[in-house]
Design a protein around this ligand. Sequence first.
Ligand code: SAH
Length: 275
Amino acid sequence: MSQSRVYLVGAGPGDPELITLKGKRVLEEAEVVIYDRLVGDGVLEFVNPQAELVFVGKESSNHSRAQEEINRLIATHAKRGKKVVRLKGGDPYIFGRGGEEASYLFNESIPFEVIPGVTAASGVAAYAGIPLTDRRYSSAVTFITGHRMKGEGIDNLNWGALAELNHTIVFYMGVANISEITRKLTENGRSSMTPAAIVSRGTTPEQKTVLGTLSNISKKAFENNVKPPALLVVGEVVNLSAVLNWFEESGNALEDEPLEAVSFRMVTEKAPAFG
Ligand code: SAH
């Protein structure tokens, strides 16, 4: 029996239309689709109705064991000659364990392809009106996980370097540790007035953006009852959200708070002319 390929596919951050054409095509051709918690329902509608859908996104207290089981599951279906899609939220290679799964397939001599996706940082920032780089404010961006800090010790991160670069920082999985993250940045020299945003459920109709600064974003996130999945974006570029937030402003999102006119003026006064 000829062995089929495994496709590691990025589903994008939520809006189903943000999947790539290639990703959509392999979902239409798939025989087995193994998918995660963060994959939006809309994307699953692209899946071939005959395909077997396997959900592997349950929270587990033992992540590494769960990952081992997922690896084996993918390989077992592939060895049966099935065309397998491993569908993951965002991009498979950005905080998605896609690298571990691809390495496992390599070790098992199972052919695979990786189909990238729009990662949460770029998709969510676009829908929240935050250009992650903008030559007026920041010429670099760092993607970082706020989750490793749990149990692994926050000293693993070079906070001094992060604060000193004065650039845009996007924290994935940071909601639970937001007060610690903002404190570490300011302790290490980043101004407490640095703009910060929390965007939850980005690119979906439930998208919600909470704007603040390093000194108050943690409190505001709590007050606004921000729930994961959410991203924390830190840096001057966040100010642009006040004017560029086309998605929530146009009624695409079920936003309940009006934009602040004060932030709007601040941005337009600050931005130098283009060119
Ligand atoms: N591979 C994924 C990331 C997985 S880690 C990607 O490339 O996007 C999961 C984290 O991604 C969440 O904790 C959250 O920080 C972020 N995330 C994913 N989808 C999101 C969304 N729709 N809105 C806000 N953050 C999101």
